[in-house]
Design a binder for this molecule. Structure first.
Ligand code: 2AL
Length: 166
């Protein structure tokens, strides 16, 4: 964690090093770094949230390049991998049946939508994640882009809250 006051004064490249593990969308990280200084943590978080609102399928594809499947290890940066492992605590080292059901669900999802299933895992049990995966397989293409982007926003903001303190 870094205090907002210190974050405000970091060289641009050091600020980006902190922001990019939150989401692998350089445009978002650049804009947030350029918006410094922030008068409060709330102002930083609301700016970060506002900058997620124009994301579409292109940003989703960019971000997913760094997101491991649910139940798998990250292929992203070391910092991203550490965050992901914490978030996915409920599906790490779980019983074989759940892990197997998630693998099958992930494969069906990827065949249906052509990208990795994304969900904010923090705060959800493995069973909840599996239920959501099955429910989202019923979505239309457009509904599913919206659902995945909403999850990406939640993951990004939760990560940012863990990076910068008052
Ligand atoms: C992830 C991840 O790495 N963290 C999280 O909340 N969800 N991955 C995923 N495929 O949903």
């Amino acid at each position: 964690m870094i205090a907002l006051h210190d974050f405000n004064q970091l060289p641009e490249k050091d600020a980006l090093t902190l922001l990019l593990p939150c989401v692998a969308i350089p445009g978002w990280a650049d804009a947030l770094a350029l918006g410094r200084p922030y008068a409060s943590r709330d102002e930083l978080l609301s700016t970060a949230n506002a900058l997620t609102q124009n994301w579409d399928e292109a940003e989703l594809a960019q971000a997913l390049s760094a997101h491991p499947r649910i139940g798998e290890k990250s292929a992203g940066s070391a910092a991203e991998a550490a965050l992901s492992r914490q978030e996915q605590g409920a599906v790490n080292d779980r019983d074989g049946a759940l892990a197997q059901a998630l693998r099958e669900g992930n494969a069906r999802y990827e065949a249906r939508f052509g990208r990795v299933f994304l969900i904010r895992a923090k705060g959800r049990s493995g069973e909840e994640i599996l239920r959501a995966l099955h429910a989202r397989l019923e979505n239309s293409d457009a509904q599913e882009v919206r659902a995945a982007l909403e999850q990406l926003r939640e993951i990004t903001l939760l990560r940012l809250e863990g990076v910068i303190s008052e």
